[in-house]
Design a protein around this ligand. Structure first.
Ligand code: SAM
Length: 247
């Protein structure tokens, strides 16, 4: 039966594309891609000639209609995003839902995913995690969202772009306990990959210490809420301020 293949593509390192992904991308009738110019470079590098067409936030309705018509006409279709696993914090999610509703099988072709890659190297051993994705762009909404997540008893996983990394880390440090650990994973699988773990209270200064640390794509993993009923975040912040004053 004609199916939609949801194909994971590399986060940066071309060698992370699976053999199955290459086979599927070669054999489908067409590939829906978030950014066709970006994805054309991937296909060229892999020597794949399949036709690409755009499926992004701004043409989603029409593009999904096109996908469904192709499936109805008996063709297989693949969905890819700019990097990693489609439909995880990118426009593919609603397309997948609509193809399912239309009654066609949706087949995952798993592979790289930024959140899972960061978690796997984070050293957080808790079982379970809360995938949050992108925080709101406006500060008030962002802080409110972090506040809502403060009591979560599992590590929190965020996506962030270089445009807002400084503000985002500053707000995490301001709202959550400064003693909680954060893992800042940037440029995963790329030349300047960097994965650093530190207490949240030190993270703003760590970013400020070197302009390169604010470049690239980021996954942030924040430790679970502290288990013991300690001082609470407000008291901890007050204590940290007082400690700074000590000689
Ligand atoms: N669906 C993709 C996935 O789950 O792998 C993510 C798509 S989302 C639009 C893009 C975000 O993923 C970036 O802003 C960044 O937070 C994260 N990301 C993608 N590639 C990355 C990389 N190489 N290193 C670190 N984070 C990355």
């Amino acid at each position: 039966t004609p199916s939609l293949y949801v194909v994971a593509t590399p986060l940066g390192n071309l060698q992370d594309v699976s053999m199955r992904a290459q086979g599927v991308l070669t054999e489908v009738g067409a590939i829906a891609a978030e950014d066709t110019r970006h994805s054309q470079r991937l296909l060229d590098a892999l020597g794949i000639r399949t036709r690409l067409f755009p499926l992004h936030e701004h043409n989603e309705q029409a593009a999904v209609g096109q996908v469904i018509r192709m499936l109805e006409a008996g063709q297989h279709v693949a969905l890819i995003s700019d990097a990693g696993t489609p439909a995880i914090s990118d426009p593919g999610a609603r397309a997948v839902a609509r193809v399912r509703e239309a009654g066609f099988p949706v087949v995952p072709v798993p592979g790289p995913c930024a959140a899972i890659a960061a978690l796997s190297a984070s050293g957080f051993v808790d079982d379970g995690f809360r995938f949050v994705g992108f925080l709101p762009a406006k500060q008030a909404a962002r802080r409110a969202r972090i506040e809502e997540l403060r009591a979560q008893e599992v590590p929190l996983v965020f996506y962030e772009s270089p445009h807002r990394i400084v503000e985002c880390v500053a707000d995490l440090a301001a709202v959550l306990e400064p003693s909680r650990d954060i893992v800042i994973a940037r440029e995963i699988t790329k030349i300047y990959e960097q994965i650093a773990r530190m207490p949240l209270g030190e993270a703003p200064a760590w970013l400020a210490a070197d302009a390169n640390r604010c470049r690239g794509e980021f996954v942030l993993v924040v430790a679970a809420a502290p288990e013991v009923e300690g001082l609470g975040a407000d008291a901890e912040r007050a204590l940290a301020l007082l400690l700074e004053e000590l000689p």
